[in-house]
Design a protein around this ligand. Structure first.
Ligand code: PHE
Length: 515
C-alpha cells in the first residue's frame, strides 16, 4: 500500500491521520518557528529577472529571498523611502495627504511616531525576520493594568469616569466567580459536574475571584490601594469598595477585554527599539542595490514571455521588462493603474475593501501619565471618538513623551479624516483632555494622518468579508500570466506585517516552482 493510500484509509476509518503521519514520519519535528526563519528551498533563478512593484516589507522580502537563490531583482518604489506602511515619523519628516495637506513633524530629538504598524505578537514570523535581520526588540505594552477604560453616555455610575483596567478586571472576575459559586451551591451545575467536582469548583472560584468564605465578592486588594497606598510605619493601605456589577456591565468593558484577549493582541507583544521602521531599514540594507526610488508605476503590461512595466522616475517615463512581476501595490491603488489584468483579476482587485483608520501623535513636555497617574505604557480605551490613547512604551521617566492621541477606525475615523490635520489634532486634545486634563498645560506639538488619504496606500489594510474572501481572494492568489500579487492583502494576517512577510514567501515559492 502506498503511504498516501494508507493515510486516506486511516482517515476514512475514523482514525487520526496525524498519528498515522507521525508513525510514517511524514511530519518530522514540528517546529514551525525554526522552519520559518530558514532560507526557502526554491529552484535556482539562473539569472531570471523579477520586477517587484513596491519596496514595502512584502516587496523587499521577495527580493531578499529570491536573491538568495540567484534571481535578479529590481524593485520600483514610488516613494523616496522604503518600508511602505512600516514607517516611523521623526522631527523633520513629512506627512503628505492626497488632499494636498503637508505636515512637518516638530518632534524633539529622540521622539517618534509609528503611523502604521506598531505592535508585534510573539508568534508572528515578523519576529523571525527581526532575528535574521538583527533588529533589536523591546516589549510593547499592549495591556497595562494601570490603563483606563473611559466611556461616556453609558448607563450606570461609571459613565464619564476613568476606570482602571485593574479594577474592572478584579471586580468582574469577583462577581462572575460569586455568581457561579452560588449557582453551583444551588444545584444549577449538577449536569456537567459530580458532587466532588462541584466542591472543587467552589474552592477554585473562591481563589479565582477573591471571594470571602461566604462566597460573596466584596472587593480584593487585586484592585489596588486607591484610597490610601500601602506604605511603611502606620500605613497598612486601604482599597476602595468595588464598583457594582451593574455599573461594570453597563460600562461596556467586554469589548475591551475581548480585544486584549485576542490571539494577536495578547501580551507579551514587541516593538523594534527606536521606531518601527528599523525593520524596513534592516531589510533595505539587504536589498538596497535593487531599489529604484521615486519610481511610480504607470502601466503593468504582459508580454509574450513576461512583463513590461512603464514607470515615471522623477517625471521621466521609462520602462523595464522582466520574466516575472511581483506586484505588492495596495489594491486601492492598483485598481487605478492601467494594466493587462484579465477581467476576473481586475474585478477581484477592485472588490476588496480596506480598513478606514487614522492616528495622531501628541508630544507633551511632561509625562503626566507616568508622573501623576502611574501609567508606564499601555493603552486607554474609550468610546469618545479617540477609541484608543497609546502611552509610549519607551523613554520611561524622561521628560517629554509622544502619545498616540487617537487610533480609531470606521465611521469615527472617517469623521476625523474629513478634518484638516490641525483640526484633528485639536479634536484629539479637546477629547483627550476629558481623560487627561493635563493635556491643556503640557501639549507641545502634534500631527495626524488618515490612511485613506495617504498616497500609494489609500487605505489602512485589506478587510475581507466572508463573501469577498470566497469571491475574490482565490483569484488574487493565482498569477495572472507572469504577474503575481503579494502583500498583507494576500494573507489571512491582513493588517499585520506578518501577512506581508508570509505572502512574499508564498509568491517566491510559486515563482521558484515555475522557473
Ligand atoms: N495589526 C493592527 C493592530 O493591531 C491592525 C489590526 C487590528 C489588524 C485588529 C487586525 C485586527 O492595530
Amino acid at each position: 500500500m502506498k503511504r498516501r493510500d494508507f493515510i486516506v484509509r486511516v482517515a476514512a476509518a475514523g482514525g487520526s491521520t496525524y498519528a498515522a503521519m507521525k508513525a510514517l514520519d511524514l511530519l518530522g519535528e514540528a517546529n514551525p518557528a525554526v522552519a520559518q526563519s530558514q532560507t526557502l528551498q526554491i529552484r535556482p533563478g539562473r539569472g531570471k529577472r523579477v520586477i517587484i512593484l513596491g519596496a514595502g516589507l512584502a516587496g523587499m522580502t521577495a527580493a531578499y529571498e529570491l536573491r538568495k537563490s540567484g534571481y535578479k531583482c529590481t524593485i520600483l518604489e514610488a516613494r523616496g523611502r522604503s518600508g511602505g506602511r512600516c514607517w516611523t515619523v521623526r522631527g523633520g519628516d513629512q506627512i503628505v495627504e492626497t488632499t494636498g495637506t503637508v505636515q512637518t513633524a516638530q518632534f524633539a530629538q529622540g521622539q517618534y511616531f509609528n503611523p502604521g504598524p506598531a505592535r508585534i505578537p510573539q508568534h508572528h514570523i515578523t519576529i523571525d525576520y527581526c532575528r535574521e535581520l538583527g533588529v533589536d526588540l523591546e516589549i510593547f505594552p499592549n495591556l497595562n493594568y494601570e490603563q483606563y477604560y473611559y466611556n461616556e453616555s453609558v448607563p450606570g455610575d461609571l459613565s464619564g469616569r476613568k476606570v482602571r483596567a485593574r479594577q474592572a478586571k478584579a471586580d468582574l472576575r469577583g462577581y462572575l466567580a460569586e455568581l457561579l459559586a452560588k449557582a453551583a451551591s444551588q444545584g444549577a451545575l449538577d449536569a456537567p459536574l459530580t458532587a466532588e467536582d462541584k466542591e472543587k469548583l467552589v474552592i477554585f472560584l473562591r481563589t479565582y475571584g477573591g471571594l470571602d468564605p461566604d462566597l460573596f465578592y466584596r472587593g480584593t486588594n487585586r484592585r489596588g490601594y486607591d484610597v490610601e497606598k500601602q506604605g511603611a510605619g502606620d500605613r497598612p493601605g486601604k482599597f476602595s469598595s468595588p464598583y457594582s456589577l451593574s455599573a461594570l456591565v453597563n460600562l461596556g468593558f467586554a469589548n475591551y477585554e475581548a480585544f486584549e484577549q485576542g490571539y494577536d493582541q495578547q501580551m507579551l507583544m514587541f516593538q523594534p527599539v527606536g521606531g518601527l521602521d528599523q525593520i524596513a531599514k534592516a531589510l533595505e540594507r539587504k536589498v538596497r542595490s535593487t531599489i529604484q526610488f521615486s519610481s511610480e508605476v504607470q502601466e503593468i503590461r504582459k508580454t509574450p514571455n513576461g512583463v513590461r512595466i512603464v514607470y515615471s522616475q522623477n517625471g521621466n517615463v521609462q520602462q523595464i521588462t522582466g520574466d516575472y512581476c511581483i506586484c505588492t501595490i495596495p489594491l486601492k491603488v492598483l485598481s487605478k493603474i492601467p494594466a493587462d489584468f484579465s477581467p476576473d483579476m481586475q474585478a477581484a482587485i477592485a472588490g476588496v475593501e480596506y480598513a478606514v483608520t487614522g492616528k495622531s501623535a501628541l508630544q507633551f513636555n511632561r509625562r503626566f501619565w507616568e508622573e501623576d497617574e502611574q501609567i508606564m505604557g499601555g493603552i486607554t480605551s474609550t468610546n469618545i471618538g479617540l477609541a484608543t490613547i497609546w502611552y509610549p512604551g519607551y523613554g520611561y521617566l524622561s521628560k517629554r513623551g509622544v502619545l498616540v492621541g487617537y487610533y480609531n477606525f470606521g465611521a469615527v475615523a472617517a469623521e476625523f479624516g474629513a478634518l484638516q490635520p490641525e483640526a484633528r489634532v485639536r479634536r484629539a486634545i479637546e477629547l483627550g483632555s476629558r481623560i487627561h486634563p493635563q493635556y491643556n498645560s503640557h501639549y507641545e506639538t502634534g500631527m495626524s494622518l488618515y490612511w485613506s488619504n495617504i498616497p500609494y496606500n489609500l487605505g489602512g489594510w485589506a478587510t475581507y468579508t466572508t463573501q469577498t474572501r470566497q469571491q475574490f481572494y482565490p483569484r488574487l492568489n493565482q498569477p495572472d500570466g507572469k504577474i503575481y500579487l503579494a502583500g498583507e492583502h494576500l494573507s489571512y494576517l491582513t493588517g499585520w506585517m506578518a501577512g506581508a512577510f508570509e505572502s512574499a514567501r508564498v509568491v517566491v515559492q510559486k515563482i521558484g516552482a515555475q522557473a
